[in-house]
Write a protein that binds this ligand. Structure first.
Ligand code: NAD
Ligand code: IPM
Ligand code: MN
Length: 359
């Protein structure tokens, strides 16, 4: 049976990187793609970034593939006006996707594309596990003429489940990142992570780092990290920073999973799941809609290709197809493919051709 995938090209470079990704996926299996308006594109059509219909269709899909949303056209500081990013937050929360996985694996072929020295990044292979449906992103907001506030809130249950995701993904070590010297939510975070570790994952090494120090260590000694476990906003910021270890934000994919989305992984291990009961995962690059280069044909499609690979692996339990995409990307880069963000001149079409030739 064909895998039913909802595709959300969104805004800016979104459609430019989504199109070649569907071509790539088409070479690997049988998919039924349903493309829907999302973000700014949906605001223009319906006045809201995520309609109920789109959310419902996503709920019934096997997986959701998203490119990027946002752009100057919809940038506003008016709290009453719709924003493309609201659609993304509503989709993540509406699908219950609390676990955002952002693998950062600099390729030897690209060591010299990073602004950091090769000796610094050699051997780095880390995973940012970002809590995605809580914290300051989702707390109550207020705004008057004179003041504004964003509440940061976490429950024990929210911290427990993301901690389990991180420990479950680690071979040897988890670095939990917080701001426990200042924030009450971070003190709760640290206590809960420590407890989950002691009770369920004592064989894994756990360290706690303050976020300012973690931001520094990430560029000073990235090899130090295996799994970085952190809350929503710290994870957002640290993952863009970590992207530069690979050479460009245009290379970083992500997978957002909920409880039942990880059931797809159980299915891949042979335990199966009841059809129709599972929440699909959402797969998207870490970068945004890059309005500064939209329409010029130079967007790097590799983060999008690698996000499709994560969809194949985590969302559809197609491990060998996922590995095929990743190795095609690796080989294209090893053979010299460089888009402008990596210091080269290849456009989106040329990059796509290079990857397809290596598939
Ligand atoms: P951005 O990630 O869109 O761009 C930052 C810089 O990186 C730009 O110079 C851009 O040209 C470059 N870049 C990003 N992706 C690239 C790619 N694939 N190839 C080559 N260069 C690439 O971040 P921003 O400029 O801060 O945000 C632009 C818009 O995107 C905003 O509206 C923001 O809210 C939105 N955004 C959306 C998502 C998402 O949809 N998941 C993520 C981040 C930002
Ligand atoms: C990301 C983006 C989003 C976030 C924005 C667009 C809401 O920056 O996916 O990293 O902050 O989560
Ligand atoms: Mn971000």
């Amino acid at each position: 049976m064909a895998h039913r995938v909802v595709t959300l090209p969104g805004d800016g470079i979104g459609p430019e990187i989504m199109m070649p990704t569907l071509e790539l996926l088409g070479r690997l299996g049988s998919f039924e793609f349903e493309e829907l308006p999302f973000g700014g594109a949906s605001i223009d059509l319906h006045g809201t970034a995520l309609t109920e219909e789109v959310l419902d269709t996503c709920r019934r899909a096997d997986a959701v593939l998203l490119a990027a949303v946002g752009g100057p056209k919809w940038d506003t500081t008016d709290p009453g006006a719709p924003r493309p990013e609201q659609g993304l937050l509503a989709l993540r929360s509406g699908l219950g996707l609390y676990a955002n996985l952002r693998p950062v694996r600099p390729l030897p072929a690209l060591y010299d594309a990073s602004p950091l020295r090769r000796e610094r990044i050699e051997g780095t292979d880390l995973l940012v596990v970002r809590e995605l449906t809580g914290g300051i992103y989702f707390g109550e907001k207020s705004r008057t003429d004179e003041r504004a506030s964003d509440v940061c809130e976490y429950t024990v249950a929210e911290v427990e489940r993301i901690a389990r995701t991180a420990f479950g993904a680690a071979r040897a070590k988890v670095s939990s990142v917080d701001k426990a010297n200042v924030l009450e939510t971070s003190r709760l975070w640290r206590e809960v992570v420590t407890r989950v570790h002691a009770r369920e994952f004592p064989h894994i090494q756990l360290e706690h780092l303050l976020v300012d120090n973690a931001a520094m260590q990430l560029v000073a000694s990235p090899r130090h990290f295996e799994v970085i476990l952190t809350e929503n906003m710290f994870g957002d910021i640290l993952s863009d920073e970590a992207a530069m270890l690979t050479g460009s934000i245009g290379l970083l994919p992500s997978a957002s999973l909920g409880d039942s989305a990880s059931r797809a992984e159980s299915a891949s291990r042979g335990r199966g799941h009841a059809p129709g009961t599972r929440t699909p995962g959402l797969f998207e690059p870490v970068h945004g809609s890059a309005p500064d280069i939209a329409g010029t044909g130079v967007a790097n499609p590799l983060a999008m290709f690698l996000s499709a690979a994560l969809m194949l692996r985590h969302g559809l339990a197609l491990e060998s197809e996922a590995a095929a995409v990743e190795s095609a990307v690796d080989r294209a880069l090893a053979a010299g493919l460089r888009t402008p963000d990596l210091g080269g001149a290849a456009g989106t079409a040329e990059a796509t051709r290079a990857v397809l030739e290596n598939l």
